[in-house]
Design a protein around this ligand. Sequence first.
Ligand code: TXE
Length: 483
Amino acid sequence: MQIENYISGHFQSAINGQWLDMYEPATGEVYAQCPASDMRDVDLAVYAGRMAFRAWADTPAEEKFKILNRIAEKIDESNQVLAEAESKDQGKPIWLAKNEILRAAQNFRFFATAAMQFSGESHISENRAVNYTVQQPIGVVACISPWNLPLYLFTWKIAPALASGNCVVAKPSELTPMTAYLLAKICVEAGLPPGVLNIIHGYGHEVGQAIVEHKEIKAISFTGGTSTGAKIAATAAPVFKKLSLELGGKNPNLIFADCDLEIAVKTTLNSSFMNQGEICLCGSRVYVESSIYDLFKEKLIAAVAEYSVGDPNLTASKLGALVSKEHMDKVLTYIRLAKEEGGTILVGGEQVKLEGRCAKGYFVMPTIIEGLSVNSRCNQEEIFGPVISIAPFETEAQAIELANSTRYGLAATVWTEHLSRAHRVAAALEAGIVWINCWLMRDLRTPFGGVKDSGVGREGGFEAMKFFTEAKNVCIKLNSATK
Ligand code: TXE
C-alpha cells in the first residue's frame, strides 16, 4: 500500500517518485510506503496554500466553524478505523489509540468554536483617539509533528492554524504518517476547500528542512526533539519566522508523605509508562519523601507487575511496541548506561520477546531504576521510553532543587494534600505545566508549553490563535468637538 501527499485537494506521489518504507512496530515488518518528498513538493504545497489563502481568510467565521466541526464529526465517525491505523503505525495499544483519536476530534471541535470567539481589543485614548487591534491571519504556515501521538499532535497544530484563517503545509513524522493521510481524506469529505490544508510526507532532514527554509512560510509550529528544535530555530531565526517549539522533557514527579498514597501510586504508573513512556509529559524522575519511600517503592513495583507488555491489538496489553527498532535500541542503551552509572534495576530492564506475529516487534519492559545520582545522564537526558528513576528526598526545598535540576522545564507532578505546600511548590517549579494530585488532565483553553530546553511559546486556546495571527493596531484620531 502506498499513501500519498495531499496538495491542492488532490492525492499525489512525490515529484521525485521516491518512497520510504513504513514499519509496523509490533511485528517489525514493512506494511506500506509513503512519499519521500522534497523541496519541489513543498513548492507545490506552498503555491496551493497561497492560491487558497484569500478566500479562506475571508470565509465567514461561522462557515469555518461548520467545516472544521464537520472534520471533528468525521474523525469521531472513523474512530475505530483511525485507532487501528494509529496503533499499527505507532505501536501503541488500540484502546489507547481510541482515546487519542477522540482527543484529535476534540481539537478540531474546540478550535472550530474558537473561530467564532477569537477577536481583537480596543483602547480609547483620553477621547483623542480610538485604537482597535485586528488579529490578521499570517498566510501560509507550517505544522511539523512527531511520532508519539501522531494524529492528536498533528490536529493540535492544524486546527488553530485553520481556525485563525491561515492555509497550512503540514508534515507528520515519517515514522507515523498513516493517520495524517486518513485525515486528508476526511478533509476532502468534509468539504475543506482545496489548498487550505496540504499534507506532505517525507524525511525531516529533507522535506522538513525544505519547509522550514521556504521563504513564503512565515510561521512554523513544531513538536519534537530539543536538538531538532534547535536546528529549526537556527534556520528560521535569521529570516525572522515566527516559531512555536514544543520540545523534550525530563519531568519530575514529587511524592510527599502527606499524599493520598493509593491514588499517587496508581497515577504514577500511568504517568511513568503510558504510551510506552513516549509522551513528552511523562514523569520520568520520581522523587519520594523519605518517610514513605520504601512503602511507595514497594507498592509501585507491585503495581508494575500488572502492567503487561503485549500485542497492541489486545485489550489486556497496557504497553505496546516502541515506535521503531532504532528507538528501542536507544532506550535499551540508556538502561545499560544506567547500570554503568551505578543504578540498580528494581524491575524490568529487558527487551520483551513475544511469540507469534509480534516475535520481531519492538517491546521493552516497564523499568524502574534506583540509585542514580542527580547528574547521571539517565537523570538528565530524555530517554522517551518506559523507564523511570526513583529516589528519596528529605525536605521540600530539596525536592524542588531535584525537580529543577535538568536543562528541561516542560511539566511536573506534585502529590500532597497540604494546600499551601501545593501552591508553594508549584510556584517554585521550573515548568510550563504543573499537575497537583493528578496527571495529564487537559483543558484545551489553558496555555501549553515548556521553559528552558523544553521549548519556546505556548499552544492551546487563544495562545494558539494568537500564534497563528499578527496583531495590528489601528489608531483613529477623533476630531475636536468643533468640527
Ligand atoms: O523527533 P524529531 P523524533 C523527543 C524524544 C525523541 C526525540 C526524537 O526524545 O526521542 O525527540 O523524536 C521532523 N527540519 N520527542 O524523531 O526528530 C521529523 O520528520 C524540519 C519529544 O520524533 O524532532 C518529525 O516530523 N523538520 C516530543 C518531527 O520533526 C524536521 C515528541 C519530529 O522529529 C527536521 C517526540 C528538520 N531538520 C519526540 N528533522 C514532544 N515534546 O512531544 C526532523 N524533522
